[in-house]
Design a protein around this ligand. Structure first.
Ligand code: ZN
Length: 320
């Protein structure tokens, strides 16, 4: 028995056929067809067919991880990068064309689900996955179930405020975690420091990976940036752990999610979390990395195969 997981990301369409135990049997990874909605839907169908098996080996259902808010596991209400998907009944369209159930899930939620199932969060009851990138995404899995809130906005940890009167954020707020710990936040802090101090950093290359490497080499400007980012992330996670009694926090999303940052994040969180809650929580780096959302989408497909397309809202329950 197998399931297909697909992931639409900023510039790639990834997919895999995954066994019930979580093993990838076939994979797909191509640049995304951005030209039109029809082109994108065609590519999703092609990707599913490319990884599918034949006869008894055919996948039972399809799950798709999407960079946007997903309503009732069926349609996308808001996607910053792919506005062409807004309000399109994508799950029903894919189900019709592929002849089997299909459901959607937000990409950070799908990654959280995968980490809770097969990754650094496995064994946890209350798992928060945070992804560090251009933006800050997060997904919360409670008792095996994605917690998406009343309207799908739960987990928007990047928009919790960490600096009163801080830099403006894309959401309309000011001083959100994303303005400090998103890639542009790292660059802005480093650039400010470089005005008055010497450093091995160059003002035209201030991505998180470069800054982390410079901090490892002992550069004081880079170290200060990593410390400030870690403080902002650590204090936000402290709030989440205290509020939700999490037992696993998983940090992923690329170069910024490294042991050096994690160590500083944990030290900050320890200072700010209710001590008994902190003692019960482990903080880990992602084990699934780029493969998390596809695997989570396949897990969503597994539920779709049990409940069909007529079961909005149950897509993410890993207990079933
Ligand atoms: Zn914001």
């Amino acid at each position: 028995v197998s399931y297909i997981g697909l992931e639409i990301s900023r510039d790639a369409l990834r997919g895999a056929r995954v066994s019930g135990a979580g093993r990838s049997i076939a994979v797909y990874n191509e640049p995304i067809a951005r030209m039109s909605l029809q082109g994108l839907v065609d590519q999703l169908v092609n990707a599913a067919q490319a990884v599918d098996g034949t006869g008894n080996e055919a996948a039972r259902a399809v799950g798709v991880a999407i960079p946007g808010i997903v309503i009732g596991s069926k349609r996308v209400s808001m996607s910053a990068n792919l506005s062409m998907l807004d309000q399109v009944p994508l799950a029903d369209e894919l189900s019709r064309r592929l002849g089997r159930p299909a459901l959607l899930e937000n990409d950070a939620n799908a990654a959280a689900l995968a980490e809770a199932w097969q990754g650094a969060g496995r064994g946890g009851r209350s798992v928060l996955y945070m992804s560090l990138g251009i933006g800050i995404g997060a997904g919360i899995v409670m008792d095996g179930h994605v917690w998406s809130g009343s309207n799908g906005y739960a987990g928007e940890i990047g928009h919790l405020q960490v600096e009163h009167g801080g830099a403006p954020c894309g959401c309309g707020g000011k001083g959100c975690l994303e303005t400090v710990a998103g890639a542009a936040g790292w660059a802005r802090r480093a650039k400010n420091a470089l005005r008055s101090r010497t450093s091995i950093l160059s003002p035209d290359k201030l991505d998180p990976q470069t800054i982390v490497n410079a901090a490892r080499d002992g550069d004081s400007v880079a170290t200060e940036v990593v410390n400030e980012v870690a403080r902002a992330i650590g204090s936000t996670l402290a709030t989440a752990v205290t509020l939700l009694n999490l037992d696993r926090v998983v940090i992923g999303g690329g170069a910024a999610a490294c042991p050096l940052l994690l160590e500083k994040v944990v030290a900050e969180a320890k200072e700010r979390t209710l001590p008994r809650a902190f003692a019960e929580c482990s903080f880990k780096l992602s084990e699934l990395n780029d493969g998390a959302a596809v695997l989570g989408a396949a897990r969503v497909a597994r539920v779709a195969s049990m409940f069909g397309n007529g079961a909005p809202g149950v897509a993410s329950d890993v207990r079933r």
